[in-house]
Design a protein around this ligand. Structure first.
Ligand code: ARG
Length: 263
């Protein structure tokens, strides 16, 4: 008798739980437990998009963080930033670990199969960087050289593409500062990095030099990524459109990238 009662009670519990899930599923599932908080995944190795200014604090700052906060505020969300290696970001959206990704991420056709993207909010180009005096001034000079790229990035794909016509040795690392270190240690001859990010490293380290290789301005541009079919995509994109129109985005671009305004 006791046993049947137990079974009956647990069945009741299961039904109750299922019902509860049913109701909560009407709202869209979020990574955060708090209703008005969204968890933003990023890879904080990418100044001025996202980085840690260690002398000041361990906070992640940058253009993407400001942009996420501005968009979140308009939509009534607080943004919590989570640092994840770049190559793990798409998976973190798929597994529900984060609600959105701002990481200077380019909306490639391959990524679009797994996640949804906003419009592009900043355009970029590919740049080859190396030690001054390395003699690497054109793509052809890369022949036989060791070229560093960030794991899982479009720069890695670009290196593979280059390798089809100009044989190079491709090496990858998880974090951009590690790639710079390898160049300075003489283990890498060059690296492929987004132009605006390269600019920052080149200003800080005057022993480095670089040249751009892109022809199309937006082939390496950045967009916000969301889980597939998230209701957040259109909400954020609408606000992003408004920020582009009213100059708020330009103000952020000027703040983080300096004088030149581009979209
Ligand atoms: N735009 C490039 C890509 O999507 C590189 C982005 C790297 N971002 C970063 N936070 N490390 O592949």
């Amino acid at each position: 008798m006791k046993k049947t009662l137990g079974v009956f009670l647990s069945m009741f519990l299961v039904v109750g739980l299922l019902a509860a899930c049913g109701t909560s599923n009407k709202g869209v599932k979020r990574a955060s437990n708090e209703k008005n908080v969204l968890i933003m995944g990023t890879s904080a190795d990418y100044p001025p998009f996202e980085y840690v200014k260690t002398e000041k604090s361990n906070n992640i700052i940058g253009f993407d963080v400001d942009l996420a906060n501005a968009l979140g505020k308009k939509l009534g969300y607080k943004i919590q930033v989570k640092d994840i290696d770049f190559s793990g970001l798409i998976q973190s959206l798929k597994s529900g670990e984060v609600d959105l990704v701002l990481a200077g991420m380019t909306p490639t056709p391959k990524r679009k199969k797994n996640v949804d993207f906003s419009d592009i909010y900043y355009t970029a180009k590919y740049e080859i960087i190396s030690k001054k005096g390395s003699g690497i001034n054109t793509l052809n000079d890369l022949k036989g050289k060791t070229v560093g790229v960030q794991l899982g990035s479009i720069q890695e794909t670009k290196a593979q593409e280059i390798n089809k016509t100009i044989p190079i040795k491709i090496e990858n690392r998880n974090r951009i500062p590690d790639i710079i270190e390898e160049i300075n240690a003489g283990r890498f001859d060059a690296a492929i990095i987004e132009n605006t990010v390269a600019k920052g490293f080149l200003t800080k380290d005057t022993s480095l030099t670089g040249f751009e290789i892109s022809d199309k301005a937006d082939e390496a541009g950045s967009a916000i990524a969301f889980p597939k079919n998230s209701d957040l995509t259109s909400k954020f994109n609408n606000e992003l459109k408004k920020m582009k129109k009213d100059g708020e985005l330009n103000a952020l671009i000027v703040k983080w990238f300096g004088g030149t305004v581009q979209q």
